[in-house]
Design a protein around this ligand. Structure first.
Ligand code: C2E
Ligand code: MG
Ligand code: MG
Length: 558
């Protein structure tokens, strides 16, 4: 048994250890005293044997036990004991009081050492079970609680494990600093603790709280509704009211077969679905598990897919609205899976972005796109190519160098390459991102903000960013011109772009009506199914040649 585990074992079985040790100490002391009085007295030096029960007392009962045992031992070998049994000499007061003092001191020190080791161990145990930022019980504590619960025997009630996640954590941190997340978690935990008498609260991830309820089935729905409402109430930070975007995943179980880790995974899988589908709250169901497993296995196959040439780029044209010139193409990744057919990027890119896989993918996409650019330039197809990159790429050391190396390798000027970065992701590390973007714009590479209008408050940084294009998200574009709200947003976005000296491009242009409306708004460029869907490289060339480089509506489009 490892030493650490032995100490933990003693700690967990303290009562039993104490019950065994106390009589042992008494018996040892009596035996040692008996030994002295019958073998020749204290002078023979057996008195050292008395250290054993004294140390044992200190070790098991702490410093109080050690001192008490030392005093008892000192008196037992003290005034009533002869110094030399054969010679009949009693020993001096100085002699036995000195021994008593030494025993007491030894007992005290042994106890102190044992107490310190125990409190250190307690601290370690606490750290293992708590989040040090908020002092709330952590994921290990939740697992332990689930292990210890007796699930059987109460058919009327069930367990409800709820995971609440604060989605705008990055935005909050960049605006107020990291302590805002701790404050948010603490205030939410306080609110949730009042929802139900039988609730246990855990801080299971940086911006995630898990709640374990024991409730009757009829209580579940109202409880979840109250929970959602409470989680969306603003929190106070330095007297400022802060809005929190929360999403909830939950799992209901009353089956003793479920392992604690599985229960947590299931509630978290439901939370992931809530995030992916922008729903407030999602309950776990077995279909989620299958989808999650499929996603994970998909990610595992991605590297292999790259090697096997299953990934390819399709190109979607972009045109200038006033002249119709086909000036560029967006490279969009496609995965032709041997058994599952075409897998769209939304199925694997967001997951890859959370891992280092996105670095490999972006390197592949950049290389392919730049190679294609060189081939098209040679063939007289004068279009720029844009590549989607994630902030993770930008923050990766060596990213800019990779871009420079590839452009040099194919002897291409920077202005033919455009990098699209989504608005929300710019908020991760604004300073660093701006520095990297500046290095790229020095090479004349065009930077555009993708999905503009869907991110958070990067408006405050917009004028600092070295960007040239705002790409307005298709969710607004597709609602034009009927939806008045979308019209206002489009007008404002186009005006904002122009006032900042940027170009505006609308993505998701699906019909002629939208295209014409964009022209009246003064939007510079357009991209969408009306013009063309993303096409494989050779199809793109055919399409481009068919239009001779200038787009015009064909009669078949409406
Ligand atoms: P995105 O960059 O905003 O790309 C535009 C998406 O809208 C593409 O979807 C495109 O096919 C689709 N689209 C274009 N016009 C229309 C239209 O008129 N109507 C509709 N309904 N959709 C239209 P896709 O190819 O599925 O890509 C989805 C997202 O995946 C992209 O959004 C981008 O964020 C990401 N993505 C694609 N390829 C890559 C890549 O190579 N690297 C990275 N990091 N992300 C990529
Ligand atoms: Mg894009
Ligand atoms: Mg987009």
């Amino acid at each position: 048994m490892k030493k650490g585990i032995f100490l933990i074992w003693i700690d967990e079985h303290r009562q039993m250890v104490e019950r065994v040790t106390l009589p042992l100490i008494i018996v040892l002391m009596i035996c040692i005293t008996f030994l002295f009085s019958h073998t020749g007295g204290v002078k023979l030096g057996y008195s050292h044997a008395m250290y054993i029960p004294v140390l044992l007392a200190g070790f098991v009962f702490g410093f109080r036990g050690g001192v008490l045992a030392g005093l008892v031992a000192g008196f037992m070998l003290g005034p009533y004991m002869l110094h030399d049994v054969i010679g009949g000499d009693s020993h001096s007061a100085g002699n036995w009081t000195f021994r008593l003092t030494v025993f007491t001191l030894i007992g005290f020190l042994a106890g102190l050492t044992s107490d310190s080791a125990r409190s250190y161990q307690q601290r370690l145990k606490w750290l293992l079970q708590h989040n040090t930022l908020t002092n709330l019980p952590n994921r290990n504590a939740l697992i332990k609680t689930l292990e210890q619960y007796d699930i059987t025997g109460d058919e009327a009630r069930t367990f409800l494990l709820v995971v609440v996640c604060c989605e705008n954590e990055i935005e909050l941190k960049s605006a107020f600093g990291s302590s805002v997340v701790e404050q948010t978690i603490l205030q939410l935990a306080d609110r949730f603790s009042r929802l139900c008498t039988e609730v246990k609260i855990f801080h299971t991830d940086l911006s995630q709280i898990s709640l374990l309820f024991r409730v009757s089935y009829s209580e579940i729905d109202p409880l979840l509704a109250n929970l959602l409402e409470d989680s969306r109430e603003p929190v106070l930070y330095n007297n400022v009211k802060i809005h929190i975007d929360t999403r909830i995943g939950y799992f209901i179980f009353n089956d003793a077969e479920e392992l604690p880790e599985d229960c947590i995974n299931m509630a978290e899988a439901a939370l992931i679905v809530a995030k992916q589908t922008s729903r407030d709250m999602v309950a776990y169901n077995p279909a989620i598990k299958t989808a999650t497993e499929e996603n994970i296995s998909l990610l595992g196959q991605l590297k292999h897919a790259l090697k096997m040439g299953q990934l390819a780029l399709h190109y979607q044209p972009k045109v200038q609205i006033d002249t119709g010139r086909i000036y560029g193409a967006e490279a969009l990744i496609r995965w032709e899976h041997p058994s599952r057919g075409m897998i769209p990027p939304v199925k694997f890119i967001p997951r890859a972005e959370q891992s280092t896989l996105i670095d490999v993918i972006t390197e592949f996409v950049l290389e392919q796109a730049i190679q294609q650019l060189a081939a098209w330039q040679k063939a007289g197809i004068d279009v720029s190519i844009s590549v989607n990159i994630s902030t993770r790429n930008l923050l990766q050391p060596g990213f800019t160098d990779l871009v420079v190396r590839l452009l040099n390798q194919y002897d291409l000027p920077g202005e033919l390459l455009e990098l699209e970065i989504t608005e929300g992701s710019l908020m991760v590390d604004v300073e660093h991102t701006i520095d990297e973007l500046k290095r790229l714009t020095q090479l004349k590479i065009v930077i555009s903000i993708d999905d503009f209008g869907t991110g958070y408050s990067s408006l405050q940084y917009l004028h600092q960013l070295p960007i040239s294009v705002l790409k307005i998200d298709q969710s607004f574009v597709r609602r034009l011109p009927e939806d008045q709200g979308a019209v206002y947003i489009m007008e404002a976005a186009v005006m904002l772009a122009h006032n900042l000296g940027l170009k505006a491009i609308a993505e998701g242009v699906e019909n002629k009506q939208i295209y014409q409306f964009l022209a009246t708004l003064g939007c510079d460029m357009a991209q969408g199914y009306l013009i063309a869907k993303p096409l494989p490289a050779e199809k793109f060339v055919e399409w481009y040649r068919q239009y001779a480089g200038t787009y015009h509506h064909s009669d078949s489009t409406s």
